[in-house]
Design a protein around this ligand. Structure first.
Ligand SMILES: *[C@@H]1O[C@H](CO)[C@@H](O)[C@H](O)[C@H]1NC(C)=O
Ligand SMILES: *[C@@H]1O[C@H](CO)[C@@H](O)[C@H](O)[C@H]1NC(C)=O
Ligand SMILES: *[C@@H]1O[C@H](CO)[C@@H](O)[C@H](O)[C@H]1NC(C)=O
Ligand SMILES: *[C@@H]1O[C@H](CO)[C@@H](O)[C@H](O)[C@H]1NC(C)=O
Ligand SMILES: *[C@@H]1O[C@H](CO)[C@@H](O)[C@H](O)[C@H]1NC(C)=O
Ligand SMILES: *[C@@H]1O[C@H](CO)[C@@H](O)[C@H](O)[C@H]1NC(C)=O
Ligand SMILES: *[C@@H]1O[C@H](CO)[C@@H](O)[C@H](O)[C@H]1NC(C)=O
Ligand SMILES: *[C@@H]1O[C@H](CO)[C@@H](O)[C@H](O)[C@H]1NC(C)=O
Ligand SMILES: *[C@@H]1O[C@H](CO)[C@@H](O)[C@H](O)[C@H]1NC(C)=O
Ligand SMILES: *[C@@H]1O[C@H](CO)[C@@H](O)[C@H](O)[C@H]1NC(C)=O
Ligand SMILES: *[C@@H]1O[C@H](CO)[C@@H](O)[C@H](O)[C@H]1NC(C)=O
Length: 603
């Protein structure tokens, strides 16, 4: 019977609802149910569609390399894989640079320094990457105000953060510079999202960060960073989180500062005072300073430098343009242990202020050859005399401060680091949500992702509606047996038409336009792409590519182990014997199931 077939169609819902209209007795009640039901269904479909097109990625905590590097530090570095097959290098984080640079073969000419390649974080040999796309030689256009701009071979290649096998985020067409210059001893990974303009391309080239956001690898154009140091606790490595921050390292006192309009000095903060005990080290009053992890030192006005000289007995060495310290001076300073407090604010005068106190140990750094020669190493005080275009809070400052930089809201937050062994060993990774997120919330609360409760509610609602409709179906089927055949045939026609319509409506979000929502068709491939390459990466033997770092020294004395599967995510834990909780933190705060489950090794 046609009528029976109509009623047994696989999409009975709308069919039955339409059918119900034919029965005037039930029409009013059923219309109400239909409207309610279709609203809920619609809501659930829209939500599923949104979920598919905007699966919210989890923030990624980049494990430190576990090495201390640099010839003006020591500084905690991060691992980066460049090219195909991947070459492992160690780099610093540059909050100023939108580009990533590595040291090239010509960065270590014969007889330059002992163990040069290792000292410079290992070299990236362009000629040995199958995927390197050469552009040309370009200036970095970076730190020009500090006379620290340099140039290098620009090009594009695959870059992946973290050691091999750690599953860190990857960008296939990343803007890279390969340099010989020793203006920067190590390479750097740039977290600034400004695009790079090359005269050889008409289009600006997107930054690593922008590409990660576009690839849905991280939830927003934001990061959290602190440089780490050797003097706190049992040495504390740097911490870099992309798309979020580690709330266990970010002290509760914080200030929020709007980004400065000049994109090359966006992280500009007012320093209202610098003191050491009762000594005023900023006699000229408030200055604005640029927070920049690219450089090690702190650039202050000359009168402030004079105040430091007087307070700490510093002597300017005009040969090397550094405040070098001989061992007598250094011992005396270490013993008196003066601290220096920076008073930061978003306001030039008044407003909320934040004090960041640097113990003397933060300044107790060493320079090495070729910065100084004969002797080839010296203690120094990381202070430079600057003019008003140069005031900079370098990596020295970021040993004690944690910054959360949100390029979508154009502001950044600064807080003193939390120095609690337990908290540092148990990162609490929070997402910074995108302003584009359909679930718009405050930028710093737990990103619970799609509420499980909401999903459950919608599912239960659908089940209830289906149950009600099944009951109605049963009612009409019983009743149908008593009505006339001609009438049943008429109903069947209506039901068939309605089912057809319903089929369209229901299928659209799933089949016709799976990504039709926010991202558009072009993104389909990218959204599914992460999983496949990842799988093959995880299956591949990690030792296949010889890692240059194995040959190098290891601060931990366990260099070989860093490349084993899964080892990558223990790195955050300096001196930690226990298990690693980093991903647990992510799991808790992120509901993007696929992303999270695929990434546990990633961090
Ligand atoms: C790449 O360049 C380096 C240094 O110039 C050289 O030692 C190496 O043999 C080259 N590799 C290839 C495959 O040409
Ligand atoms: C997107 O991210 C995945 C996972 O990190 C990576 O394998 C893939 O290469 C990325 N896609 C592009 C176009 O960079
Ligand atoms: C790069 O080019 C774009 C236009 O293509 C321009 O808006 C932008 O300001 C340029 N950026 C820099 C740093 O010159
Ligand atoms: C920053 O400080 C405010 C109080 O001034 C606090 O409510 C907020 O949670 C802090 N932000 C973070 C990320 O801890
Ligand atoms: C260390 O430097 C200070 C200041 O320049 C100087 O007075 C002192 O003699 C030096 N001591 C040694 C042992 O060189
Ligand atoms: C500080 O600056 C913020 C915006 O940058 C402003 O809203 C606030 O009123 C200022 N506070 C004072 C005391 O000037
Ligand atoms: C300093 O290092 C250079 C290069 O490694 C070396 O030639 C020189 O002999 C060293 N000087 C001293 C005093 O060690
Ligand atoms: C600041 O100092 C740098 C380096 O000495 C110099 O190039 C620049 O012109 C100076 N700027 C001003 C405004 O004096
Ligand atoms: C999310 O909120 C921000 C302000 O925090 C706003 O600028 C943005 O338009 C909102 N986005 C959506 C999709 O509502
Ligand atoms: C947010 O969406 C707008 C419009 O779709 C896009 O131009 C912008 O790049 C997006 N921003 C981020 C951070 O994804
Ligand atoms: C939603 O995405 C998942 C995984 O990305 C995919 O398996 C599923 O088919 C998608 N659903 C629709 C309706 O596109």
């Amino acid at each position: 019977m046609p009528s029976n077939r109509g009623l047994r169609s696989p999409l009975p819902l709308t069919a039955i609802l339409s059918l119900s209209l034919a029965h005037s007795s039930a029409a009013t009640a059923l219309t109400a149910i239909r409207q309610y039901g279709s609203q809920i269904l619609e809501a659930s479909l829209v939500r599923r569609q949104e979920q598919n097109s905007t699966v919210v990625a989890a923030p990624i905590s980049i494990a430190p390399s576990q090495y201390w590097d640099g010839i003006d530090g020591p500084w905690s570095s991060f691992a980066l894989q460049v090219g195909t097959p991947a070459q492992n290098v160690r780099v610093f984080v540059s909050t100023a640079a939108p580009i990533t640079w590595t040291i090239g073969a010509d960065g270590c000419p014969p007889g330059f320094v002992d163990n040069c390649a290792n000292s410079r974080g290992f070299l990236f040999l362009r000629n040995e990457s199958l995927t390197w796309i050469q552009n040309s030689i370009f200036d970095f256009q970076l730190e020009q105000n500090l006379n620290m701009d340099t140039n290098g071979n620009a090009g594009f290649d695959t870059a992946t953060l973290g050691w091999q096998g750690a599953g860190g985020p990857s960008v296939q067409h990343s803007t890279l510079f390969n340099v010989a210059s020793d203006v920067y001893w190590l390479g750097a990974f740039g977290v600034n999202p400004q695009p790079t303009n090359f005269t050889t391309f008409t289009d600006p080239q997107p930054s690593f960060m922008t590409q990660l956001v576009r690839n849905n690898s991280i939830p927003s154009l934001s990061y959290g960073y602190t440089a780490g140091n050797q003097y706190r606790l049992n040495k504390v490595f740097g911490s870099l989180t992309l798309g979020g921050y580690d709330s266990n390292r970010f002290g509760s006192n914080n200030i929020t500062v709007d980004m400065y309009a000049d994109v090359s000095r966006d992280l500009l903060v007012y320093v209202q005072g610098i003191t050491s005990g009762s000594t005023n080290l900023l006699p000229g009053g408030t200055i604005s300073m640029y927070i920049d992890s690219t450089v090690a030192m702190i650039w202050l006005p000359t009168d402030a430098c004079k105040a430091f000289e007087q307070a700490f007995g510093l002597v300017w060495d005009s040969t090397y343009n550094l405040y070098l310290l001989n061992s007598t001076q250094r011992t005396s300073l270490v013993n008196t242990n003066p601290s220096v407090t920076f008073q930061l604010s978003a306001n030039e005068t008044g407003g909320d202020t934040l004090s960041i106190e640097l113990p003397y140990s933060a300044f107790d750094l060493q320079v090495q050859y070729p910065i100084v020669a004969n002797p080839n190493t010296s203690y120094y005080f990381p202070l430079q005399r600057g003019n008003n275009t140069q005031y900079t809070l370098g990596r020295t400052f970021l040993q004690e401060a944690y910054i959360i930089v949100d390029y979508e809201r154009h502001h950044f937050k600064i807080a003193p680091c939390t120095w609690n062994q337990n908290a540092i060993q148990n990162p609490d990774i929070r997402a910074v949500r995108s302003t584009n997120s359909t679930r718009n919330g405050s930028d710093s609360n737990n990103s619970s992702g799609v509420s499980a409760g909401l999903i459950a509610g919608v599912v239960v609602a659908i089940v209830v509606i289906i149950a009600i409709l099944a009951g109605i179906l049963w009612f009409f089927r019983r009743r149908k047996n008593t009505v006339k055949r001609t009438r049943a045939e008429l109903e069947a026609k209506e039901a068939g038409g309605a089912a057809q319509h319903s089929s369209d409506a229901e299928n659209k979000p799933f089949i016709s336009a799976p990504m039709g929502g926010e991202l558009g068709g072009g993104e389909i491939h990218e959204l599914t792409a992460p999983h496949k390459p990842f799988a093959s990466e995880m299956e591949s033997p990690h030792n296949k590519v010889i890692d240059p770092n194995k040959a190098g020294y290891s601060e931990m004395g366990a260099g070989e182990e860093y490349f084993g599967p899964g080892k990558g995510f223990a790195h955050e834990m300096q001196g930690s014997e226990g298990p690693v909780y980093e991903m647990v933190g992510s799991d808790v705060h992120e509901m993007a199931a696929e992303q999270v489950t695929e990434r546990p090794k990633g961090v």
